[in-house]
Every structure is written in structure tokens, then in C-alpha cells.
Ligand binder design. Structure first.
Ligand code: ADP
Length: 355
């Protein structure tokens, strides 16, 4: 049989045997990513720079051209896009904030805004995106990718550790350490004056910063959004402490606790347990800044590296996460804000250790 006919029969046979999934995978791999854009978007978090560095250097290592998109989707719409080389990310692994800046961009939520963004990406020939941000940024990436067929990989960068599909988010560990450092200092002054301090930490929907920093500083009570706050139980425990002259107490409250923030709690204690000398400290934005911890630098580097590998492997629209110390990929539309369950055991530990 002539070779041409043999090849034709072979092609038909292979075509019949391929499943639709395999065919889709081959198609994706044929659309090779050559120029990638990286951006930080939404709320900032320490470790974002370490992640940008990892994306840029991994991309360059694989022969890709890498572009930095300034101020998230705003920069995409305004064509604020700059070529990155290895030197452009030198000396940033230890820096908080983000050299690419970050922003919230209303215009990107409109089809017109996203069209402008796409046209700008085309001007630079960018055919793959890495978005470091929170679930809002991932939503934007998902919609954009569906409209314009540009593969997007998300990396969870948020101090709150509230994204489904990963045990860690970039910035959480640093934020906890910052809170611990501040609460330790507060305890020194609380101890000197026999005072009760209510310390409010960040966490509108998630109480992990409060839980970890509270346990790490030996707080007497920890109030988090995931658990209904039993104020009466806290008040009676404080009354009992007042009776035995335990006047130094630290209460850590997540800003999103169902009872309210630090001020509300302090006012109620003042009213019901007047024997305490009470002060409130709201830690605020210091939790977002500062040099990233070793943990955040490590996960940022690992996730940044993995995101580029994903694009090269032809993966579409997934968030890179780490689960049980292994890389884990979650479709962007499932990488949503998630209240992770805080086990009863944690709350028991808090109670036992603070007695
Ligand atoms: P985070 O990423 O920290 O959750 P945001 O929720 O503010 O922060 O989202 C960051 C940006 O992502 C928004 O300013 C907007 O530009 C984009 N974005 C969020 N939701 C959508 C959406 N539904 N459609 C398009 N873009 C979105």
C-alpha cells in the first residue's frame, strides 16, 4: 500500500480514537504561550513582590517575554504595560507592597473596559496572564478569559486566607506575625498598668488572623466571624477574672465579628464590668505592610513558578494553590471567597490555655 494512503488511514484512525478531552488538550498545547503579562490586583499583601519576581524569572528561564502590568486591570485598560527583565525584579523579594502597584478598577467590570484591555494586550502580543490577587481579581480574569480566549492563571494574594482551594494565601503569615509583634508590645503596657486591651485585627469575613495571632499571644478571648460570639459568656468570664484580680487581659477581635468591632466590645465591657481599666487598639493597615515572612516568600516563589509552568502546559483559568504541601489547581470560578471551617478544637485550645 502506498505510504500516502497508509498515512491518511493512520490519521483517520487516530482522530477516531482521540477523546474530546484529549483533543482539547492538544489544541491548547498548540496555542503556545510566548508573551506573558503579570499583575497584582485588588487588596495588597506582603509577598506579592516575591511572587512577581518568581513569575518574571521563571518566564525568562523558559524563553518567554514577560510584561509587568501596572495597577492591575487599570493598567491594562490604560496600556500601562512595561517589559520586565531579570534586573527589574532584583532586590524586591524582601520588600512589602508591590512594585507593580495595585488598584481596584470599575471600568474592567464593563465589556467596553475589557475590550480596551484586550486591545492593549494585543499591542504587546501578550497571550497569557498571571493575576496575583483575591477572588474579585479572579472573577475578572475568568470573565476576561472567556471573552477573549487568553489563558489566565490566578495566584492567591490576600492577608485574610479566605480563598477556597489553598491552605495558604500570600501575605497571611506576615500579617499574623505583624499582629503578634504588636500584641506582644500591647501586653507589656497592659501588664505595666493592669489594663484590659481589646485589640482589633483585620478580617472582615475570615477570622484566621485573629485566631492565629490570639493563640500566639495567649489572648484571653478571641472573637471571629466564623463563630457566633457569646458575649454573655465573655462578660461572665471577665467578671470572674475581676473577682480574682486578674486585671491584665487581651481580647483579640476580628473586624468582621458578628458582635461588632473592638470599640463596640470595649463599650459593653466598660458598662457591664466597670472594674477594668480598658483600652482599645485597632491595628489597621500595619498588617498589610512590612517585609514578608520566610513562609510568604517561599509560597510566593513556589506559586509564581508554578503559575508559569501552568501556562506552558496549556492550562486555562486555574488558581494555583497549595494543599497538603502539594500544588493544587482550582478552576478560577471555584476559587471564591470561602469561610474555611475553624475546628472546635481550636476554640477549645483557646479556652483551656487562657484560663
Ligand atoms: P480582590 O481581588 O482583592 O478580591 P476586588 O474584589 O476589588 O479585590 O477585585 C479587584 C478587581 O477585579 C476589581 O477592581 C475589578 O477590576 C476586577 N473585578 C472584580 N469583580 C469583577 C467582575 N465581576 N467582573 C469583572 N471584573 C471584576
Amino acid at each position: 500500500m502506498p505510504t500516502q494512503i497508509k498515512n491518511a488511514i493512520w490519521d483517520v484512525l487516530v482522530d477516531c480514537l482521540l477523546t474530546s478531552e484529549t483533543r482539547e488538550m492538544i489544541e491548547k498545547m498548540q496555542k503556545k504561550v510566548t508573551r506573558i503579562g503579570v499583575m497584582t490586583s485588588g487588596g495588597d499583601a506582603p509577598g506579592m513582590n516575591a511572587c512577581v519576581r518568581a513569575v518574571v524569572r521563571t518566564g525568562l528561564y523558559h524563553g518567554l517575554e514577560v510584561f509587568g502590568i501596572m495597577r492591575g486591570y487599570q493598567g491594562m485598560i490604560e496600556n500601562d504595560i512595561i517589559p520586565m527583565d531579570s534586573r527589574s525584579v532584583a532586590n524586591i523579594i524582601q520588600r512589602g507592597g508591590t512594585i507593580l502597584k495595585t488598584a481596584r478598577c470599575k471600568e474592567f467590570t464593563t465589556p467596553e473596559g475589557r475590550k480596551k484591555a484586550y486591545e492593549n494586550l494585543q499591542k504587546h502580543g501578550i497571550n497569557g496572564l498571571v493575576v496575583i490577587g483575591g477572588d474579585g481579581s479572579f472573577k475578572g480574569a475568568q470573565i476576561f478569559s472567556n471573552e477573549y480566549d487568553i489563558p489566565c492563571i490566578g495566584i492567591p494574594g490576600t492577608i485574610d486566607k479566605d480563598i477556597a482551594g489553598t491552605d495558604f494565601t500570600i501575605g497571611f503569615d506576615t500579617a499574623v506575625n505583624t499582629a503578634i509583634d504588636a500584641i506582644d508590645k500591647i501586653r507589656d503596657t497592659a501588664d505595666a498598668h493592669d489594663r484590659l486591651f481589646v485589640v482589633e485585627v483585620m478580617g472582615r469575613d475570615a477570622g484566621y488572623i485573629a485566631l492565629y495571632s490570639g493563640i500566639g499571644t495567649g489572648a484571653e478571648h478571641i472573637l471571629i466571624p466564623e463563630k457566633k460570639t457569646d458575649v454573655e459568656q465573655i462578660l461572665s468570664s471577665l467578671q470572674e477574672k475581676e473577682r480574682r484580680k486578674k486585671l491584665v487581659n487581651i481580647l483579640v477581635v476580628a473586624e468582621g465579628d458578628d458582635f461588632g468591632g473592638g470599640n463596640e466590645l470595649a463599650n459593653l465591657i466598660k458598662e457591664r464590668v466597670p472594674g477594668f481599666d480598658i483600652r482599645v487598639a485597632i491595628l489597621g493597615h500595619i498588617q498589610r505592610g512590612g517585609s514578608p515572612s520566610s513562609m510568604d516568600r517561599l509560597i510566593a516563589s513556589r506559586m509564581g513558578y508554578s503559575a508559569v509552568e501552568c501556562l506552558l502546559e496549556g492550562r486555562h483559568n486555574v488558581m494555583v494553590g497549595i494543599v497538603n504541601n502539594r500544588m493544587h489547581f482550582t478552576p478560577l470560578d471555584k476559587a471564591v471567597k470561602a469561610k474555611q471551617r475553624i475546628s472546635e478544637e481550636w476554640m477549645k485550645i483557646v479556652k483551656i490555655l487562657a484560663s
